[in-house]
Design a protein around this ligand. Sequence first.
Ligand code: GDP
Ligand code: IMO
Ligand code: MG
Length: 421
Amino acid sequence: MNRLVLGAQWGDEGKGKIVDILTEEADVIVRYQGGSNAGHTVCVSDKTFILHLIPSGILHPEKICVIGNGVVIDPKSFLEEKQTLEDLGIDIGERLLISEKAHLVMPYHKEFDARREAILGSSKIGTTKRGIGPAYTDKHARMGIRVCDLLNLEVLKSKIEENVKEINRLCELYEIEPFDAGKIFDEYRDYAEKLKPYIRNTVYYLNGVFKNKRNILFEGAQGSMLDVDFGTYPFVTSSHPTVGGAFTGTGLPYKALDSVVAVVKAYTTRVGNGPFPSELTNELGQKIRDKGAEYGATTGRPRRCGWLDLVVVKYAAMINGVDEIALTKLDVLDGLDEIEVCVGYEYEGKKIGYIPSQLEEFEKCKPIYKTFKGWDSTKGVLNYDDLPENARKYIEYIEWFVGVKVSIVSTGAKREETIRR
Ligand code: GDP
Ligand code: IMO
Ligand code: MG
């Protein structure tokens, strides 16, 4: 059984935890898009791991992890992450493969990401400043530098020189100090040496795994509403967190996917700017932020918090062909008298049940809420039938509205605080 785990909201739904749980049933875990903008948290015993580029499956001994061709790799960030994991006692050994077709994040990508945001001022996207947008821009402009270029230093040198020449023309415009191609080459030559043992043609490798009927788990980063096509453009990331990204980002055929698991947080959060109809900018929003520890795993920024928006989740279920929902952080809503759920929007006096493509329209949408009675505690509950009745009603309403079964309920950050149905 090959499963895909993706976020159904604006990221940080708890994908890391769900991937960790489902890794037990997989042989190979593959990341297919994004880069070190992701922050996937996994709590095992008394240790907390935050994964950015390396698939969360790495925490399970003997599982093979692949960074697919659709990912953009910052070698510096990768090596730091690998070191942090090893310091925490994770033995990576030969369990990690990096696609030779993946594109590299270069120092100028990070610089331009930050500079562009500064120029945009109050209309900035609120990126993670990890160079993601500029790296994907160069990929699609066909001037990117790929992991396989690290294997031929002559090619690497000439590509860096060519790129820096072009980039330095832009530097003047953006008022950035020009880059030194020689310095960048020296830095990346060193990375080449360190990355070499992991570089593989993962397209052939993964297809071999598929042919041999071993189980593959696709690990999505970000969320459907941050997809460059389907999200709240331009307040999105530059990749495809949605299901299509899994194929273009790995080279596996669509037949290699048996089930799509959407991770849905029991409320909604968003980091960065852009429309968020069910946002709570009041004390209650702060209460949820504190209780849910809603601070970015990558940037530490406070996450914007609000009620569960089922129009968003239903849209994500539609575009991704979602088979199962993993509902996370139900315990964060414990102890509230009433809980609201957004079931539609009011736009210019009309009720609508879809996500408008025009941002200006979506920004004007007011949430229409259905009110649920709260419950006492779900924290650490392990059996569905042991959940408070009102919590079960909440879950069953989500299933009814979205038309998808909730097969996993997460009642705490720890591995074992999980209900499987
Ligand atoms: P991801 O990016 O989708 O992997 O999610 P993040 O790791 O950025 O954010 C999810 C946060 O919620 C992490 O700190 C998790 O440890 C935590 N978490 C996951 N599931 C639960 C849950 O059911 N209850 C609580 N209280 N925390 C959870
Ligand atoms: P995980 O995998 C939440 C957001 C940024 C910004 C927008 C563009 O942990 O769910 P980028 O740096 O990608 O160009 O920023 O996307 N963003 C995320 N928000 N979780 C993430 O990843 C995110 N990765 C990017 O905050 O709004
Ligand atoms: Mg995250």
